[in-house]
Write a protein that binds this ligand. Structure first.
Ligand SMILES: Cc1ncc(COP(=O)(O)O)c(C=O)c1O
Length: 291
């Protein structure tokens, strides 16, 4: 089972073929991006770090006032049900929760029933050459959302800002968009966190820089400490990243992807810290899936 039309999804607790799962035209997720989500990578039948993703979904729900039925208690089972229904080994799972279907204007009304959609699709990894040699990145003119607006800690379905940044990066010949925060410091990539190594120190923007607290980011930080690499989190200007010896981005669906270049600057091809972390990440995944 792999074509999108033949996939089975769970919509509000019911497993349905994707083409039969219908949403209200007044769903606020569709009309206003009034929703939250999580993307999870399944290795075999093991959804990696599902509890951490569900914790972040609960945090997003809390911050937005979007009601998560049962506080998300049933979602672990739902995720496994969807994986099994599609007989997928290696999947990209998405949990999307919108505030629900309201009226034809954005006014908030009480008592909305949230829409909960869980999908699983076959996983496509980044090309092996990208994992080995890295991808191009640029710093975009589009900046990451101000923490006083839609705080980047919320994993919101309203992704237009990040999409425009990716569009800008693609137009400039890069795969990854690196966004600064409104103060001009490095924040993160459009759908990944960013790390670099400078004078042997693994460095990454802190949560105070206005970023999504990535599940993969937390794994990377933990592995780095265990491997004995010095780690630094904080606020850093783009020159810090530009002057790095190594750089990479991290996210559930790409794991650890090296940056070959940032704008006109090429990073050295030797990436000892990145390689060590890529290997350690794989070992962690294998240990957790019990294989
Ligand atoms: C803006 C942003 N930052 C970081 C990440 C990485 O998060 P995670 O490691 O939890 O997948 C994502 C994931 O999609 C993202 O959208």
């Amino acid at each position: 089972m792999s074509s999108a039309a033949s996939l089975r999804v769970d919509l509000n607790g019911r497993i349905l073929p994707a083409h039969r799962a219908g949403l209200s035209v007044f769903d606020r997720g569709f009309l206003y991006g009034d929703g939250i989500y999580e993307t999870i990578r399944a290795y075999g039948d093991h959804p990696f770090r599902l509890p951490a993703h569900l914790d972040r979904l609960r945090a997003s729900a809390h911050r937005t006032g979007i009601r998560l039925p049962g506080n998300g208690a049933g979602l672990t089972m739902t995720v496994h049900r969807v994986l099994t229904a599609n007989r997928l080994a290696d999947a990209r799972i998405r949990i999307t929760v919108s505030r629900g279907a309201g009226g034809p204007d954005p006014a908030l009304v009480k008592g909305l029933r949230p829409t909960v959609l869980v999908t699983a699709a076959p996983y496509t990894p980044p090309p092996p050459a990208a994992v080995r040699d890295g991808v191009r990145a640029v710093i975009t003119r589009i900046v990451r959302n101000d923490r006083r607006a839609v705080d980047p800690v919320i994993k919101a379905t309203s992704l237009l800002n990040n999409i425009l940044a990716t569009r800008e990066a693609t137009g400039r010949g890069a795969r990854e968009a690196i966004l600064l925060n409104p103060a001009g410091d490095v924040a993160e990539a459009a759908s990944a966190n960013v790390f670099w190594v400078r004078r042997g120190v693994l460095t990454t923007p802190s949560l105070a820089a206005g970023i999504l607290p990535g599940v993969t980011r937390a794994v990377v930080l933990d592995l780095a400490r265990r491997l004995g690499f010095p780690v630094r989190e904080g606020r850093f200007p783009p020159a810090a990243l530009m002057g790095a010896e190594e750089a990479f981005v991290s996210a559930s669906t790409i794991e650890i992807l090296p940056l070959a270049s940032l704008g006109g600057r090429r990073f050295p091809a030797r990436r000892p810290v990145t390689r060590a972390l890529q290997t350690a990440y794989r070992v962690t995944v294998d240990a957790e899936r019990g294989g």
